[in-house]
Every structure is written in structure tokens, then in C-alpha cells.
Design a protein around this ligand. Sequence first.
Ligand code: HEM
Ligand code: HEM
Length: 176
Amino acid sequence: MSIATARYGSVARAFHWAIAVAILINLPLGLFGDAIQQVTGPVMPTHKSIGLTVLALSIARLVWRLGHPAPPEPAGMGALERRVAPVIHWALYALMILVPLTGYAMSSAGNRPLDWFGLFPVAKLPVTRDTLLYELSHEGHEILGLTLGALAIGHILAALRHHFILKDGVLRRMIG
Ligand code: HEM
Ligand code: HEM
């Protein structure tokens, strides 16, 4: 069992954790928004503001990542995981952008104004109801949102397996 020494850089780690926390808050707000707002008052403006933040951060993160490769994989990693992990990671990058983008497109077609935590208005995308783009973004937001949730759970279980069962230092690459 080899111990991974190479780590993700501080910018990659900051992006990872800021976006992870935001998504892990936003998934339940999207899924259980109706039930939550019975207790707390409106949650969708917060869901949209957090989501728009994830969109901006994820685009910046992807651009950063393209110029900054991940550290080399730990030597002890199995052949299957060596193939699967990058596929899951790139799928997460795609969904981190597509899920908020479809939410943004869908909400642009609605009547309610968009803003960022009530601080400033956010321009709407040119999407109107009764268009295929609206239908696709609405369906897409739900299906891709659930896919993101499922992949995130698998990803987190994989990280915990590395830490507690394999004890190979992979989680520390992202914490350090
Ligand atoms: C981290 C980013 C986001 C995640 C993970 C996320 C996730 C979700 C999920 C899982 C749902 C429930 C889908 C369903 O069961 O119908 C949902 C609903 C919704 N989301 Fe998002 N979302 C994100 C960003 C956004 C953004 C940026 C907007 C708009 C600016 C938005 C607007 C909405 C709206 C309006 C609904 C309710 C849709 C409906 O009930 O028909 N979301 N979101
Ligand atoms: C929804 C939440 C999350 C998302 C979207 C996410 C996304 C990602 C992505 C895209 C990468 C690849 C980074 C790259 O190569 O540029 C990554 C790496 C990593 N994530 Fe997450 N992550 C999430 C939550 C978590 C959590 C909660 C943990 C810990 C329990 C975690 C642990 C890790 C680790 C250890 C790596 C590095 C894997 C390696 O060294 O190959 N992630 N994550």
C-alpha cells in the first residue's frame, strides 16, 4: 500500500471544497424545497443564488484545472479505479456546470426576477416558455441534478473508502 504524497494545489482544494459544500446544500434545497419552505419561508431564491455561485465557480475551476493537471495517481491504485476515477471526475465537472446552467435557463423563462442573495440583479438568459430549450432545461435540471447527486454520493463513498479502508492517503491529497 503506497502513501500518496503529491497533493492538489491550494487553489484546486479551495475550489473543490467551496463547490462541494454549496452543492451539498443546494441538492436538498432543490429536492425538498417545498417541505423546507413550510418551516423557513421561501428557499428557491437562496437555491438559485447558491446555484449561480456554483456555476461561476465551476467555470473558473474548470478553466484553472485545464491549465493545472491533477497530481500523479498514487502508485497503489488498482487498474480499474485508475480508469474509472478520471471519468467520474470529468462527469462531475460537466454536471457542476450543466446542472446550474439548466436551472438558470429554466428560471430565465419565468416571471420572477433573478438576483444574487438580494444584493444585485442577475441578467436573464434569452429563454422563453413554450420553447424546446425551456422544456430541455426543465427536464435536464431534474435528471442531471439527480445524476449529480448520485455521482456525488459514489464519489464521497470512494473517498471515505480510500481514507478508512485502504488508508492510502488519497483524501489527504484534497485536504492537505
Ligand atoms: C448547484 C447547483 C444546483 C443544483 C445541484 C440544483 C439541484 C436541483 C434539484 C435536485 C432540483 C429538484 C428537481 C426536481 O425534483 O424537479 C432543483 C429544482 C429547481 N432548481 Fe435547481 N439546482 C442548482 C442550481 C439552480 C439554479 C442556478 C437555478 C436558477 C437560477 C435553479 C432553479 C431551480 C428551480 C426553479 C427548481 C424547481 C423546479 C421545479 O420544481 O419545477 N437551480 N434543483
Ligand atoms: C458534491 C460534492 C463534490 C463534488 C462535485 C466533487 C468533485 C470533485 C472533482 C471534480 C474532483 C476531481 C478534481 C480534479 O482532478 O481536478 C474531486 C476530487 C476529489 N474529491 Fe471531491 N467532490 C465533492 C465532494 C467531496 C467530498 C465530500 C469528499 C470527501 C469525503 C471529496 C473527496 C475528494 C478527493 C479525495 C478527491 C481527490 C481524488 C484524487 O486524488 O484522485 N469530494 N472531487
